[in-house]
Design a protein around this ligand. Sequence first.
Ligand SMILES: *Cc1c(COP(=O)(O)O)cnc(C)c1O
Ligand SMILES: [Zn+2]
Length: 416
Amino acid sequence: MPKVKGLKCRECHRAYPAKPLHVCEFCFGPLEVDYDYAALRQVATRRAIEAGPPSIWRYRALLPVDGEAAVGHACGMTPLVRAKNLGAALGVQECYLKNDAVCHPTLSFKDRVVAVAVTRALEFGFSVVACASTGNLANSVAAHAAEASLKSVIFVPADLEQTKIVGTQIYRPTLVAVDGNYDEVNRLCSEVADKYGWAFVNINIRPYYAEGSKTFGFEIAEQLGWRAPRHIVVPAAGGSLVTKIWKGLKELHALDLIPEVRTRMYVAQAAGCGPIVTAIKADSETIRPVKPRTIAKSLAIGNPADGYYAVKAVKESGGSGEHATDEEILDAIQLLAATEGIFTETAGGVTVAAARTLIARGVIPRDESLVISITGNGLKTQEALAGRLPAGLTIKPTLKAFDEALAAHEAATGGA
Ligand SMILES: *Cc1c(COP(=O)(O)O)cnc(C)c1O
Ligand SMILES: [Zn+2]
């Protein structure tokens, strides 16, 4: 009996075979992978997982692939950092950072979903992988396609950060810059997927792709000594990551790998593109699409595919959500760097800023364990910090020049 029973409609629960399908033919609901949990109990034990490789593939039993990992053998198992300095700055006692700014190979959490999607695409026999991306997905699909010797076609909004363009082009995909926002890119890609029969990781093989996000939650629980934290703040674009961390924690409990899950999930979004958080704050399950206007481009999805399920996960967990303005995002990026020596991209700024507000408002208590999700690397969004960092000292190569420059600098900055 295989561990994956097939796909199942999240709305009407109709069953489908484990094929490259993503929408229910009857109700147009999204499909999700359906596992045989009784079979999983035999293989997914703490001991088996701990004996596995130091990557997402230690959880292979809980991922929708039939065979061995084809790509991303070093993906995941990123540090869970005990953030004492940031915790003190935010006023919480037990603060951790799950740091996917250093996820292998393209420095964002998207490597998790892509490693799973590309492995599955190979099992399906696809020869071209593709995606609609806000940046990090583009980097990751292009890199993993190179590793798998597959062709890749990457669609991005034309106004993407230059670093994310270079970080995609280096792998020689076919890169298509679309004169439009992400939601327009995504709509185009649905038509391309139908016509060309390519494996669009976040469209026609989305059910498999999305499961990769569970590993972010699995690792947090394992790294805490097989327990779930009380609070997790997660940035949302399409809303898949937060939904799947929640699903992953519940799976661990269902398999008796962790005690009862009392975790509250919090969604972090930019004020200029925060439709999921807006719905949470209004206590509504209806997502009203918005036109994105924010420096957090990796989260700039105005019509989030999993928005409704993200709201449901937050509600079910007893959590909440918070917006961050562009100014708060930049302050938070600098706070994280100054306190923990970690440089995150704008999405991480959104998460830290939202956590800060939730703590200040008393929504997240100061004496319970908190994990803040850092999902991307600051070197990719350097433009956002333009004009905010001081210039260094520039001198002639003499000790006298250094003495003078240092004295002038100390006088100007009060000896710092
Ligand atoms: C894509 C992305 C997210 C959010 O992912 P969703 O699953 O679409 O909500 C968070 N952080 C970063 C850096 C991303 O690139
Ligand atoms: Zn259905």
